[in-house]
Design a binder for this molecule. Structure first.
Ligand SMILES: Cc1cc2nc3c(=O)[nH]c(=O)nc-3n(C[C@H](O)[C@H](O)[C@H](O)COP(=O)(O)OP(=O)(O)OC[C@H]3O[C@@H](n4cnc5c(N)ncnc54)[C@H](O)[C@@H]3O)c2cc1C
Ligand code: SF4
Length: 352
């Protein structure tokens, strides 16, 4: 019986799964479609991560190094799964470089993609250069180390974060009603960093309600307000426009606490993006015939298993953001859990 485990996706979840399997001496093949390991946080150049305020490299380098060092793990970059025949534990898989493998179990960790804010035309993304995404703000910090308005390179006097763009949004239909889970907390961190470095910049956060889960409440909700003077406004954004008279954006919204419409000039607006299943996740779901949520298209675990990482298809395990919005620490934990479930499934003898 083949005892090799195939891990698809080299982001936090896949890395963690491969690292765990490698530690246990299980023959593992990790395929990543890009030419770098690390998933979105590394590929997209995130700056500082919640909750530990560390860089993606600080968090993920130990995983990448251990996977690369492991004699049990074969890493194949620029590689994808093309086809899969048979049933577990005798899958016959074909990879995009032509290699064919006998595989006992598969861990899918193909992650998410960012919501495209052009789908919310009223927010002006792609039309007004000073409407940017929180991802672009992260890249501004990580690549250039400073805050500026893309239209003129100057420091904004007043800026706003708009929460829940592409999340919790029934206007988009049934596909994007889920909460992104990371957005409120990351915005609290970004807003605090900006106020600490540039105390002269006024920072507003526009929210429906703030969801800073568990222990994130104090550092990423109260501290931004009490220590750094970030201003939270409960409001529903109707439109973002641009005024030629003063060269500033206008946020038109209804303040849902005082129940009045308002229009506030801003120099920079940051859209807090939702998470959707990646194209890779949808493709793997087709190849492996995996169950997907009919609305969001995220992968779903086997209800009766009680586990978050066991898919309804025997021998296939799912971890991380391919199943829905999730943070990095939870993705790392799910990678470990999927590795242990795969190990139990194939009944391999652990060598350490
Ligand atoms: C703007 C933004 C900022 C964020 N900041 C934070 C933060 O500060 N802290 C935090 O905890 N979380 C943060 N998150 C969430 C975090 O990005 C996710 O929790 C994490 O990336 C999920 O890891 P993953 O491995 O499941 O997926 P991904 O990071 O998406 O990795 C999936 C990997 O699979 C690969 N892949 C996809 N399809 C295939 C295929 N068919 N074959 C082979 N490989 C494939 C991809 O190339 C990618 O490398 C943020 C999210 C966003 C949108
Ligand atoms: S985490 Fe915050 S920004 Fe993200 S969808 Fe939930 S409420 Fe909105």
């Amino acid at each position: 019986m083949a005892k090799t485990v195939l891990v698809i996706g080299g982001g936090p979840a896949g890395l963690s799964a491969a690292k765990t399997l490698g530690k246990l001496g299980i023959p593992t093949v990790l395929v990543e479609k890009e030419n770098t390991l690390g998933g979105r946080p590394i590929l997209e150049g995130y700056h500082t991560l919640i909750p530990r305020k560390m860089t993606p490299s600080q968090v993920l380098a130990p995983y990448i190094e251990e996977v690369q060092r492991s004699s049990s793990v074969k890493v194949k970059l620029n590689t994808q799964l093309v086809s899969c025949e048979g049933t577990a534990p005798d899958f016959k898989v074909k990879l995009s470089d032509g290699e064919e493998l006998e595989i006992a179990a598969i861990i899918v960790a193909t992650g998410f993609q960012h919501f495209d804010p052009r789908r919310k035309g009223e927010l002006g993304y792609g039309i007004f250069p000073d409407v940017i995404t929180n991802l672009e703000l992260e890249q501004m910090f990580s690549k250039e180390g400073r805050l500026y308005r893309p239209s003129n390179g100057q420091l904004p006097e007043r800026m706003a974060f708009v929460f829940c763009v592409g999340s919790r949004d029934r206007q988009l239909g049934v596909t994007n009603v889920h909460c992104c889970r990371y957005g409120c907390a990351l915005s609290g961190l970004q807003a605090s960093e900006i106020r600490e470095k540039y105390p002269q910049v006024e920072v507003f956060c526009y929210y429906m309600d703030v969801r800073t889960y568990g222990t994130w409440e104090y550092p990423f909700y109260w501290e931004p307000q009490e220590k750094y003077g970030v201003r939270y406004v409960r409001g529903r954004i109707a439109e973002i426009t641009y005024s030629h008279s003063d060269g500033k954006l206008r946020i038109k919204h209804e303040d849902t606490i005082v129940k009045r419409p308002a229009e506030i000039p801003m120099d920079l607006v940051v859209l807090v993006l939702g998470m959707e299943p990646s194209e890779g996740t949808k493709k793997i779901a087709r190849i492996l015939d995996l169950a997907q949520d009919p609305d969001s298209q995220f992968l779903i675990p086997a209800q009766e298993s009680g586990s978050n990482v066991i898919s309804p298809k025997a021998g296939v395990f799912i971890a991380g953001a391919c199943k829905g919005p999730i943070d990095i620490e939870s993705s790392l934990s799910e990678g470990e859990a999927a590795a242990v479930e795969a190990l139990a499934f194939i009944g391999a003898k652990v060598t350490v």
